[in-house]
Design a protein around this ligand. Structure first.
Ligand SMILES: Nc1ncnc2c1ncn2[C@@H]1O[C@H](COP(=O)(O)OP(=O)(O)OP(=O)(O)O)[C@@H](O)[C@H]1O
Length: 229
């Protein structure tokens, strides 16, 4: 169903290096990601997962083929266009990347303030509501150094989802967490994704979370294999 897609990739090839050192990293990638869907991407280290994730996230330029985000072609996009695309995407990384000198609420609020049409008061209110949704209502004014690993990752989820992005990209979101916190974090992502009807792409080696996926895809040697399950 083309009309429902958030990401549509066709015959994408990507290379690193120049001239004689140029080597191909991604080979003929074809992938569609629809709203409301959780896709998990697995695959061995060095197979190209992060490279694909950063291309989809508008964090690097597409070299060959087509990558459409909400009907906009990212190949050949200017930096300014890529910045605009990034406003529709939430990012969650292994090392939560929270700013240590900001409280949980300020970290979440900062992501909303990129959207100029929202007042400070409204951003404050929405940031608090989102922290409530990730069950951190009693940690709103805590600094990251006073939160556990799982709590920090929940702040990162709140920050990624507060602006109601169309797509959330998560690179190893549970890698630093124990089994229970890892589960809580992905269940929360799943619940919020369904509520907001956004698409989620998770790169993970963590077999314990595979069951939250609507589909699982596997990258091997720069090629995307057909669905695993
Ligand atoms: N900036 C770069 N310059 C040159 N080669 C790179 C660069 N970034 C990644 N590569 C190479 O591209 C290939 C794919 O790397 P990538 O980080 O996408 O793999 P990955 O599947 O995400 O691995 P991991 O699971 O270990 O994070 C690897 O062979 C890597 O060495």
């Amino acid at each position: 169903m083309e009309s429902n897609y958030v990401v549509n990739i066709k015959n994408l090839n990507q290379y690193f290096g120049k001239k004689t050192l140029r080597s191909q990293i991604l080979f003929d990638i074809n992938l569609t990601i629809n709203s409301g869907e959780i896709t998990i991407m697995t695959g061995p280290s060095g197979s190209g997962k992060t490279t694909l994730l950063t291309l989809i996230g508008g964090l690097r330029s597409v070299q060959e083929g087509s990558l459409k985000f909400l009907n906009r072609e990212l190949r050949g996009a200017t930096n300014e266009q890529l910045v605009r695309v990034r406003r529709h995407i939430g990012y969650i990384f292994q090392a939560h990347n929270l700013l240590d000198f900001l409280t949980a609420r300020q970290n979440v609020q900062m992501s909303l303030e990129l959207h100029k049409d929202i007042s400070k008061w409204e951003a404050h209110r929405q940031a608090e509501a989102m922290l409530h949704a990730v069950k951190l209502e009693n940690k709103v004014n805590y600094y990251p150094s006073d939160l556990s690993g799982g709590q920090k990752q929940r702040v990162a989820i709140a920050r990624a989802l507060v602006s109601h992005p169309k797509l959330v990209l998560a690179d190893e979101p549970t890698a630093a967490l124990d089994s229970k916190s890892g589960r809580d974090v992905v269940s929360l992502m799943q619940q919020l994704a369904k509520e907001q009807n956004c698409a989620i792409l998770i790169v993970t080696h963590d077999n314990r979370i595979l069951d939250v996926a609507d589909r699982i895809i596997c990258m091997e040697d720069g090629r995307l294999n057909k669905e695993v399950a």
